[in-house]
Design a binder for this molecule. Sequence first.
Ligand code: SAM
Length: 247
Amino acid sequence: MRIDVVSIFPEYLAPLELSLVGKARRTGLLDLRVHDLRDWAHDRHRTVDDSPLGGGAGMVMRPDVWGEALDDVLGGAQAHPGEVELVVPTPSGLPLDQRTAERLATVPHVVVACGRYEGIDARVAEHYRGRGVAVTELSLGDYVLNGGEVAALVLVEAVARLLPGMVGNPASLVEESHGAAGTLEYPVYTRPPEWRGHEVPEVLLSGHHARIERWRRDQALERTARRRPDLIERLAVEDLDRRDRDI
Ligand code: SAM
């Protein structure tokens, strides 16, 4: 998979050299390229913003600079529907969730356009949609960050770990929070079995796989009902088995 990130702070993306994403880059599983938007500016000051038309506070990122950058980075995207997707992080986008990460992990080429200031001139997204490019405006949550770089870091990590071969034991992806079960994950424990007076639930030391599985399922449902009742409401009846507790 290829991911391009365009930003006025390319250094912000340095952590993508580390850990599993860094390894995926080195092994060629992930072709991640980071670009400085100012490389497409034309004046001496490498300006990428201007004041908002209609007045108001702050500055807006210019469509002409973004247009030149995205034309280059997207390449002939409109000629390859389904092959390329432009992601624009914005607090006014749809919430990024696991389903979106799973879908993006199947797109061969994703381009992330990181906004700053008051955001990117609205015509940029409109223009590429009009040219047949898939454009998704995504929000990390209901709060405002200074720029899209943190959203790009989150997106790359959420998507890259789903690529086949990325996570050593793919089974660890199956039972996770927001996975196929639609619940949060059950609590996890490791050695020692007793730590500072806190004991690991006895069932986990029993070696009885069916009981452990049942306990984990109950814990996941209980935890989800307590912390995220909205997720419980979304569970389909067929997702619940006969022995699931009343929730
Ligand atoms: N004026 C914009 C608004 O009220 O919607 C906020 C602009 S914000 C200061 C600058 C940039 O940070 C945005 O263009 C976007 O790239 C990024 N950003 C801020 N909050 C975000 C969020 N919750 N999710 C994704 N990106 C965000």
